[in-house]
Design a binder for this molecule. Structure first.
Ligand code: SF4
Length: 275
């Protein structure tokens, strides 16, 4: 039985955006189905973005969910149903893709909905064992998340762990996500350095007003256990309110040059700065 009603699909350039409403209470649920080519190995990746909450309780000051009045966890069925809607439109096992990923970062944070997200992963894996799962978190403090993810990993589920860091200052991380206790970078490093699966991804959206101290990253993180993604802000109305702007080209250049010098593996959205 469907627990979501699909209201709209729209072209989002590299794929299709899905807007649904929960049957239970009309909550908004956003999903996306994108096709991407890996710049390093040319692999064709299908990435299905799934929400784990309607709205979000982390309250990152740069996030579009700030305009929601409230938030709630999505149920297991509401998470799985998003993938079923995508599958009904375009089968998950359609030929031509090297990898099909489910990414839990469309809306909400897995640290706020650990049990339902992990049960949804188990259900989807049972039906579509070829799926890869990307679990991204802002790193709000909930150690249970990593215990449950390890259990899924031990079941043989292909799972990639990502943290949104965005600055190398713990104080600035708390400023960016002020509503809940956030993990320090040292705590993130403790998880990443001992994570049993693939390298853990650390996402950095580089902003002009934030600090990027790569020597600190090198002290905390095992360079062989992490992969760093350097990115720019996604534009929305929240950014101007808090004076958040993309870092200058020079600042980004210094950051990626430091990453190179300290031996980190990384990818940069605008490859030309690497020249
Ligand atoms: S954790 Fe993600 S969805 Fe939640 S407020 Fe932060 S950026 Fe938005």
């Amino acid at each position: 039985m469907s627990v979501l009603i699909l209201k709209q699909t729209r072209d989002i350039g590299d794929g299709t955006g899905y807007k649904s409403r929960a049957v239970a209470d009309d909550s908004l649920v956003l999903s996306a189905d994108k096709t991407l080519q890996d710049v390093n190995d040319g692999k064709l990746i299908r990435k299905i973005g799934v929400s784990v909450c309607s709205g979000c309780g982390i309250g990152c000051i740069y996030c579009f969910t700030r305009k929601f009045k409230d938030w709630r966890q999505l149920s297991v069925a509401e998470i799985v149903n998003q993938v079923e809607l995508v599958h009904a439109n375009f089968a998950l096992d359609s030929p031509g893709y090297d990898e099909v990923k489910i990414s839990f970062k469309q809306m909400g944070d897995v640290s706020l909905n650990v049990d339902n997200t992990c049960q949804a992963i188990e259900q989807m894996y049972a039906r579509w064992p070829f799926l890869h799962f990307v679990v991204s978190t802002s790193g709000s403090r909930n150690p249970k998340l990593f215990v449950r993810l390890r259990q899924l990993h031990e079941q043989g589920i292909q799972l990639r762990l990502q943290f949104s860091c965005h600055t190398t200052s713990d104080e600035e991380r708390n400023f960016l996500s002020p509503q809940v206790p956030m993990m320090t970078l040292a705590e993130i490093a403790e998880v990443a350095n001992h994570w049993p699966g693939n390298r853990v991804t650390l996402n950095f959206v580089v902003m002009e007003s934030m600090n990027y101290d790569v020597s600190l990253l090198a002290k905390l993180f095992d360079v062989d256990r992490v992969f760093i993604k350097v990115n720019f802000l996604d534009d929305n109305q929240q950014l101007a309110k808090h004076g958040l702007v993309d870092a200058s080209e020079e600042k980004v250049r210094v950051f990626i040059s430091d990453l190179q010098n300290y031996g980190f593996r990384f990818a940069f959205r605008h490859g030309s700065l690497l020249q």
